[in-house]
Write a protein that binds this ligand. Sequence first.
Ligand code: SAM
Length: 242
Amino acid sequence: MICADDRRAYWTALGWPCRRLAPDTGFYLVDDTHGLTLRNAAARDHGRGLRLDLGDAEIARRIASGRRSPLAQAIGLRRHREPRLLDTTCGLGRDSATLAALGARVTALERHPVLHALLDDALTRARAEPGGPQWLANWQTLVHADAIRWLEARPAAPAFDVIYIDPMFAAPRRKAAPQKALAWLNALVGIDIDADRLLAAACSRAGRQVVVKQHARAQPLALPDRQVRAKAVRFDIYLTGG
Ligand SMILES: C[S@@+](CC[C@H](N)C(=O)[O-])C[C@H]1O[C@@H](n2cnc3c(N)ncnc32)[C@H](O)[C@@H]1O
């Protein structure tokens, strides 16, 4: 990893020591004037790398789908326009950004140190950009934490109306190769085998509901109260309000 001095100690402590030269194998981070980039030594020319950009076309497309999109419907954004939302699995930040742009007040958690670092860098760059999107103000916090422990340590009184969970599941068989960003996410993070524990912790702390994103044909983690279906994915909804 090649990085600026002020970030070096933090990443070293997280097990990603700084390197002046790229390694022969595996993923590594490069921190330069363009921002923080994840590269893969196994890719040809180490690939162009993966740098998160909250203004990218994929996020813009999702925001343009508006409150009628399956994600927005599952969160309940047509009735509740500014919910306090906890995204427990921030990943590439696409759902957090989309929901913040559609009005939710977002707190986001990510436990993988590299993904958290990439997200933190993307948020910092977006906030420093003159004339950046106004919705950034709705993305209130990004925390590097395991959501199960983070939720269990919180007081029982709910601080969030909706808790959102989008864990890494085993990918279904598919004809097309996944997008590079998703393939790299898969290789870096692997499968989240504790999603059922996360659902239990979320159900004990959500004011109104918990929403779990799943592949369209996957088994639900538990019997949901409602479902919103899209072409490739499904949102399972667990009502927690009295
Ligand atoms: C499928 S990705 C999420 C994609 C995200 N919804 C987006 O729009 O880019 C799952 C992410 O959740 C994170 N994750 C899974 N379980 C977690 C937990 N208990 N606490 C914090 N992060 C978690 C993983 O590290 C991974 O980055």
